[in-house]
Design a protein around this ligand. Structure first.
Ligand code: ZN
Ligand code: ZN
Length: 379
């Protein structure tokens, strides 16, 4: 367990990170700050610019044993903070609204513990991953040959969970969170003089029909294994030139299901709707995808290990009844290595993730460190 003095220092670090947020893929100052702090702990290896701005530190027992990897995220969000406390974001329109400042602090706290006493067997890698929020970071880190050379036996990550009592550990075998993708459908028609729409091809009706049919595919029920959440996020039609009838429409939707397989079926249905409407209205159809997150699949043995670690850390662990609906690019890691994504209760009396008034509760930092430290000591 960390000392009160250590908790105070870590709280100051968390607030410093909070005051200086950086967007996905642009976390260079955050990464420098973290790697400078890690360097002082004299890890057995320290890698920078992993998959972009990523930082990795190794603590090696020098003895055979499992290679464990703990991952946190470096990035903040394009959200304007409404909090007025002293350490509020100093960057306009950018703030840590997912608690990644807290996750980094937990991993750095774990580094201090491991620097004071190396694991008893095997290795521990700590990964400070870039660009989680846009789904690019895990992919980029895994494509880095230095990451490929590591081949962890166990991978772990945690996410703080507002709405859950502070320090409570939430576990789940199988899917921990949703498989998410974003679809962009463009209808290409032809502009004409607004006085003569008969000479053009206006995609407006096809656009309306697309939204109606796409949103009708919603089965937004977390207790349904076939859950489907279809959300419209953005649309564009024509231009603001009032002499021209619209010639182009673009629709952005985010879709999510519990499994990658169900998501693939949903994508096929949406593509079918778009192509049928395109044919009916003589429109060209372009379909693309962005911000893909694979569902986290928690390995049963890893879940059992986290349950035991929670017990050793004096934390209560409960089963999550349903997976969570948000996407998490740690799913790429659990698809490649046995692993577990864990929820850590952030308190019932606080704003939700990505709310403009959200702030990571420093009170749970010691719980996160204790849980990960117990896992790092299990051989
Ligand atoms: Zn987030
Ligand atoms: Zn997050």
């Amino acid at each position: 367990m960390i000392t009160p003095e250590q908790h105070e220092r870590l709280t100051a670090l968390r607030r410093e990170l909070h005051a200086h947020p950086e967007l996905s893929g642009k976390e260079s100052h955050t990464a420098e700050r973290i790697s400078a702090l890690l360097a002082r702990l004299k890890p057995d290896d320290l890698l920078t610019q992993v998959g972009g701005t990523g930082v990795m530190a190794l603590f090696d027992s020098g003895k055979p044993g499992p290679t464990r990897l703990f991952r946190c995220e470096l990035d903040a969000l394009p959200i304007t903070e409404v909090n007025t406390f002293e350490y509020r974001s100093s960057v306009d329109g950018v703030s840590h609204k997912c608690g990644h400042d807290g996750h980094m602090t937990i991993l750095y706290g774990l580094a201090e513990e491991l620097a004071a006493q190396r694991p008893t067997a095997g290795k521990v890698w700590l990964l400070f991953q870039p660009a989680e929020e846009n789904g690019e970071g895990a992919k980029a880190v895994m494509a880095d040959e230095r990451m490929q050379a590591i081949v962890p036996d166990r991978v772990y990550a945690l996410h703080n969970l507002p709405g859950v009592p502070r320090g409570q550990v939430l576990l789940r075998e199988g899917s921990f969170n949703a498989s998410v993708n974003s679809i962009i459908v463009a209808f290409n028609g032809r502009t004409s003089h607004a006085a003569e729409p008969e000479h053009g091809i206006d995609p407006a009706l096809a656009m309306c029909a697309f939204f109606q049919q796409a949103l009708a595919l919603n089965r937004n029920d977390v207790s349904d294994p076939g859950m489907r959440v279809v959300s419209s996020v953005y649309a564009e039609l024509g231009s603001k030139d009032h002499g021209i009838s619209a010639g182009k429409a673009e629709m952005h939707l985010t879709i999510r299901c519990w499994t990658d397989e169900e998501l693939t079926r949903l994508q096929q249905e949406l593509e079918g709707i778009a192509r049928t409407l395109g044919d009916q209205h003589q429109l060209g159809v372009e379909i693309s995808y962005t911000q893909r997150f694979h569902a986290n699949q928690n390995d049963a043995a890893m879940v059992a290990m986290v349950r035991e670690a929670a017990k050793r850390a004096g934390l209560s662990a409960v089963e999550a009844v349903h997976p969570y609906k948000w996407g998490e690019d740690f799913g790429l890691f659990t698809a490649a290595y046995p692993g577990c994504m864990v929820g850590l209760g952030a308190g019932t009396d606080m704003p939700a993730l990505h709310n403009p008034d959200y702030d990571f509760p420093d009170a749970i930092t010691p719980h996160g460190i204790a849980l990960f430290h117990a896992l790092a000591q299990m051989n």
